[in-house]
Design a protein. Structure first.
Lengths: 60, 287
């Protein structure tokens, strides 16, 4: 019987965990002299999440 | 978006980190594309038009969600043409998505509801898509219903976060149906969040599609915990539509139809003018 082959591939690596935010450091460091542009919005900034990200990046 | 691109070039950045929901993700993706490609973002409208590989994108979603962290699409509002244009292709996908549920607990209830509805629609829309989806169809859509009901407590977030990401990875493959094709222009015309526009359309399009894919539609009823014992496939599908309609109204207060938004019949052509029905993969072809 012939089976239909379903090919499925995505180029995005997914890192999933409570506290996975810290893994951003190693991802940024893939570049030799890492310099990132951060895109975000006011709500995220107000909730203190941007501060969490910059703190992680600065200590890493 | 243009500001972000200029900043990227001026500061000689080498990657883009997005921290946010769907809109900031679109800005991040567009800036990454424009970092390595000449001209204007309008030059790349459509699927597969991006020439050079964009700058690497690290996506950190704070909603669950649009799933933009794993989709090949960029949605940009063209203020000149009053239209949401879509730029897409595998190059537009982030290299890494960091899904951390602890970033989602502070989300305001209203945003949690509208982005969650977007994710729920993705699940149902992708599952009942015209394209074969035997692998992504096993991915969770049940997590949404239990999560959406318990509200903003800590417990549901891990399920909801990963379900939202997984379902978006799936719809990049199966494509979406008439829900999103119509919700994009409606959201723009009536200035309502995409998730809410989707949720208003959801039971109506499910009903429209049910005769074409009763078995798949029926499984949504089972996922929602409806007792379908002894029902025919069409009756099961009808019970799914009914269950979705009731739960949307009871849990998140979604209005029953476009008339309740104040839509007049003569506004239908203009509000749906720039739809994406042509590229949708709906199960039943609209006539």
């Amino acid at each position: 019987m012939q089976q239909n082959v379903v090919a499925f591939q995505i180029p995005t690596q997914i890192l999933f965990a409570v506290g996975a935010l810290e893994r951003v450091v190693e991802q940024v460091k893939i570049e030799d002299r890492p310099k990132v542009l951060i895109a975000t919005d006011q709500g995220v900034k107000k909730a203190g999440l941007l501060d969490m990200l910059t703190a992680v990046l600065e200590t890493g | 978006m243009e500001k972000a691109t200029n900043l990227f070039r001026q500061e000689a950045c080498n990657s883009v980190v997005d921290l946010g929901g769907g809109s900031s993700m679109d800005v991040a993706k567009a800036a990454a594309v424009m970092a390595t490609n000449p001209g204007s973002i309008r030059d790349y409208e459509g699927i597969g038009k991006i020439g050079q590989k964009p700058a690497p994108i690290i996506a950190i979603p704070t909603t669950a969600g649009t799933g933009a962290e794993v989709t090949p699409f960029i949605v940009i509002t063209d203020v000149v043409r009053r239209y949401k244009m879509i730029i897409g292709g595998p190059q537009a996908m982030p290299s890494v998505a960091i899904v951390d549920p602890s970033l989602m607990v502070t989300m305001p209830a209203k945003i949690a509801a509208s982005t969650g509805l977007d994710a729920l629609t993705h699940g149902i829309e992708c599952y009942t898509s015209l394209l074969p989806n035997s692998s992504p169809r096993h991915w969770p859509c049940t997590a949404f219903t239990s999560s959406a009901r318990t509200g903003a407590t800590w417990k549901p977030w891990p399920n909801l976060a990963i379900a939202s990401t997984m379902v978006a990875a799936a719809f990049g493959f199966t494509r979406l149906g008439n829900y999103h094709a119509m919700a994009h222009p409606l959201g723009w015309f009536y200035d309502i969040p995409l998730g809410v526009a989707n949720a208003i359309l959801l039971p109506h399009i499910m009903e429209y599609n049910a005769v074409a894919c009763p078995v798949k539609t029926g499984r949504v009823a089972q996922a929602l915990g409806v007792d379908v014992y002894g029902l025919s496939p069409l009756e099961t599908a009808a019970s799914a539509v009914k269950a979705v309609r009731q739960q949307l109204k009871a849990d998140v207060g979604v209005v029953a139809g476009l008339r309740e938004l104040g839509m007049q019949e003569d506004e239908i052509p203009s509000s749906l003018h720039h739809n994406h029905l042509g590229t949708a993969r709906n199960f039943r072809l609209p006539t």
